[in-house]
Design a protein around this ligand. Structure first.
Ligand SMILES: NC(=O)c1ccc[n+]([C@@H]2O[C@H](COP(=O)([O-])OP(=O)(O)OC[C@H]3O[C@@H](n4cnc5c(N)ncnc54)[C@H](O)[C@@H]3O)[C@@H](O)[C@H]2O)c1
Length: 438
């Protein structure tokens, strides 16, 4: 089957590459010439483990191509996927649908034969119907269906998530569209991965409900962590004890500096906004958004305590700035709140991240980038572990402590422990939801 993928970001590129690996012929479109140039040279514009090899394999096999020209891409395609960004709209928290609607209109103007227009972007309930209206208005003659196919992949594990999903959600209105979607996902269906077929609205809602629920789970354990610190409990043990209950599960139950990334912040805000619009308030989600902001601020307080109340004149090494490991994505990362607070408070900040520098340079002005965590912590007054990259999980803490001017550590991912830090020579250690010292 021929498929066109509009947008070659984290979702569009991974989906396009994986669909081509299923055996479909895929043309990926992006309006960003720089990205298309890179892709045509065989370079991957984002960091996603394994994507370069899978992309090369399918380009080589002649199933995967890239273009800026949307009409060429959709010529003969039975399905056109919209995988463009839906960022938070400035001012009101709503999802900005400008890119989705622009793509829908472009598809409508270029399409000639029957096509299923599939929205993969995360969009508010009702968007697929609006897409249908936009397409029908732009090209009244066109024979088409719309489908909702929200994506659940996680950056850093995107290929595995796409190839071995917990489920694929497909919202359709007609048997004809359902047949096209079944054909696209047949390789997964044949391997017993469940396909959940719903109406358009339910598919759209599943995505927001799932993300808001996961953000709630993270935020819940972060709030429990704050209480653990007060009552002398250890949140790692609490998470373990809770997570072993099959009704709860151990995923998304790790206390940390607050959720970030390209999805949870914007999708929780959008869901809260949808609730307000329909006079059906999302109280839990609204509280999650507020508690997450408090959590990030609480981390700044911890760092301040470790710096004797003031960042002024201190040297701080920050290890990890991407919103999670194994991605270069900096969107809404907790580092974007925490690092500016350090810089603004007068600290000299050194930053080390295996993949974050390219994106981070523009977003974190006034910091010094270092490739090596040991160089970054030399003569520092504080080391902050902010993203749990594997590179930071087995550091030689003795070496770090002995090179620091005042060995203090803020372990905001609970990688180490107070005992380990004390034994290595640290004079102060703080983590999240556990008792530190002094
Ligand atoms: N990033 C994730 O982990 C993730 C996971 C699940 C769902 N999603 C959702 O998927 C959607 C895409 O997210 P992303 O992170 O891939 O976004 P992204 O910003 O990385 O990529 C979007 C791409 O679309 C391109 N684009 C925009 N309008 C276009 C047009 N008219 N024609 C051609 N190209 C166009 C942009 O140039 C950009 O390259 C969002 O709705 C997001 O919420 C993201």
């Amino acid at each position: 089957m021929k498929i066109a993928m509009i947008g070659t970001g984290y979702v569009g590129l991974v989906s396009g590459v994986c669909f081509s690996d299923f055996g479909h012929t895929v043309v990926c479109v992006d309006k960003d010439q720089r990205k298309i140039d890179m892709l045509e040279r065989g370079e991957v514009p984002i960091y996603e483990p394994g994507l370069d090899a899978l992309m090369a394999k399918n380009v080589e096999a002649g199933r995967l191509t890239f273009t800026r020209d949307l009409p060429t891409a959709i010529d003969g395609a039975e399905a056109v996927f919209i995988a463009v960004g839906t960022p938070t709209r400035r001012g009101d928290g709503h999802a900005d649908l400008t890119y989705v609607m622009a793509a829908a209109e472009e598809i409508a103007k270029a399409a000639k034969d029957y096509v299923v227009i599939v929205t993969k972007s995360t969009v508010p309930v009702g968007t697929n119907r609006k897409v249908r209206e936009v397409v029908a208005a732009a090209n009244p003659e066109l024979d088409f269906d719309v489908a909702s196919n929200p994506e659940f992949l996680r950056e850093g594990a995107a290929i595995d998530d796409f190839m071995k999903p917990d489920r694929v959600v497909v919202g359709v209105e007609t048997d004809r569209a359902a047949a096209v979607m079944s054909e696209i996902y047949r390789p997964l269906y044949l391997r017993d991965f469940p396909i959940v077929t719903t109406d358009l609205e339910s598919a759209e809602m599943i995505k927001y409900a799932a993300n808001a629920f996961l953000a709630t789970k993270i935020t819940f354990i972060n709030e429990i962590a704050a209480l653990c610190e007060k009552v002398g409990a250890d949140v790692k043990q609490v998470s373990k004890g809770m997570g072993m209950d099959n009704r709860i599960g151990n995923k998304f139950l790790h206390a940390g500096p607050g959720y970030g990334g390209s999805c949870f912040p914007k999708d929780t805000k959008a869901l809260a906004r949808i609730g307000q619009e329909y006079a059906s308030p999302m109280h839990i989600t609204e509280t999650v958004i507020a508690v997450n902001e408090d959590t990030k601020r609480r981390m700044i307080g911890k760092l301040q305590d470790l710096c004797d109340g003031s960042f002024n004149g201190k040297t701080v090494a920050v290890l990890g700035v991407t919103f999670k490991p194994n991605t270069d994505d900096m969107r809404d990362a907790p580092s974007l709140t925490i690092v500016p607070a350090l810089v603004g408070g007068g600290a000299r900040v050194r930053v080390c991240d295996p993949q974050g520098q390219h994106e981070g340079e523009a977003l974190l002005p006034g910091v010094q980038w270092q490739d090596d965590p040991y160089e970054a912590s030399k003569d520092a007054d504080l080391i902050v572990l902010l993203t749990e990259w594997n590179e930071f999980r087995a550091l030689d803490l003795d070496k770090i402590a002995s090179s620091m001017s005042r060995p203090a550590m803020a372990d905001l991912r609970n990688i180490y422990s107070a005992d380990v830090a004390r034994d290595a020579g640290f004079v102060a250690y703080e983590s999240v939801g556990r008792i530190g010292f002094p």
